[in-house]
Design a protein around this ligand. Sequence first.
Ligand code: APR
Ligand code: PHB
Length: 390
Amino acid sequence: MRTQVGIVGAGPAGLLLSQLLHLQGIETVILERRSREYVEGRIRAGVLEQGTVDLLEEAQVGARMRRLGLVHEGIEISFRGERHRIDFRALTGKTVTVYGQTEITRDLIAARLGAGGKIVFEAEDVSVHDFDRDRPKIRFRKDGRARELVCDFIGGCDGFHGVCRGSVPQDALTVHERTYPFAWLGILSQTPPVSDELIYCHHERGFALFSMRSPGLSRLYIQCAPDESLDQWPDARIWDELRARLGGDAAAALQSGPSLEKSVTPMRSFVAEPMRFGRLFLAGDAAHIVPPTGAKGLNLAVADVRVLARALAEFYASGRSDLIEAYSDTCVRRVWKAQRFSWWMTSMLHRFPGRNPFEDQLQLAELDYVTGSKAASTALAENYVGLPLQ
Ligand code: APR
Ligand code: PHB
């Protein structure tokens, strides 16, 4: 088998790369380890920066997002039992859109398959070869048969646990990592959101987040231990904990209902650089992970893919490789800014086990400052709605 760009992974990064290249007349094949049903059922984050929305429109996959996405002009931050609003539109002129990654994945798969694009689901034992030479290869098994895909370039879009990053010689890669002493327990529930906007709650019992997917579907998170077992968390206990952390009238108004999905997300900051080795490009979670507090994971993946699609399109159109050579530096600078913001939001809002009272007071002072100063709330807002793409 032969194609121009072989892509490992059918998450948002791989699918969007394939779609953007298709629109430039460049052929791709995506190899995905899981089934289509699995990929389309995975529940992930759901806040899109304006630049992400614009790129999905440009990629011609914006129709359902335009219809079902919820435009949010701000967020609320709750601490010391009071809620404070950060008004994105007033502070930055920009907004964010709440639209689940699950829906984006479905839209992209439908668009790719609808246009005759090739996605091999349930591709087993995927491995990447010869990307330091002119003709990289991807080997895999499908229905028990060994296959080989020869290509010009490889898009390593296979997420944090994929094979591409690990195939790079260890001494060529610098890894920066931080883990946090807590995780998020998330539930998806068929209940109306308690507020029109997201509420980020700082509380002595730990962080909580009130998010949503639609007017009838809530997405809620509570800070828990990193090794938390879901068995310890029957739905009723989760709702009690959410009520305790939200407090006030809103807690009384919070409607509980059965959970449709429950999961524990570990919290990690991770960057592997450079993001290119010869003809292998890492994009999205394959190269970096942010803790979810800043809602940046998906947006960063989209930003990488935008840079990569432009670099490859330029190469095929004119033979120029300067954008390819700049790919890693261009992405990594933005990645670190998003790392900084995600780390800062995480540090400001969570309860750190074992932290001393002095540090607790600093955290509250920071929250007072961020919600009380126009300069400080603008800094939060401009990062949350998304820094310029390049
Ligand atoms: N072979 C083939 N496919 C693989 C392999 C492999 N060895 N390993 C992983 N994959 C697939 C996964 O099954 C998944 O579908 O690669 C895909 C990676 O997708 P994501 O994990 O969704 O990563 P990415 O596309 O970079 O999306 C960015 O933003 O909100 C965040 O973390 C969230 O997934 C999200 C990310
Ligand atoms: C979500 O809705 O899943 C969500 C929203 C905001 C975040 C993280 C996750 O910061």
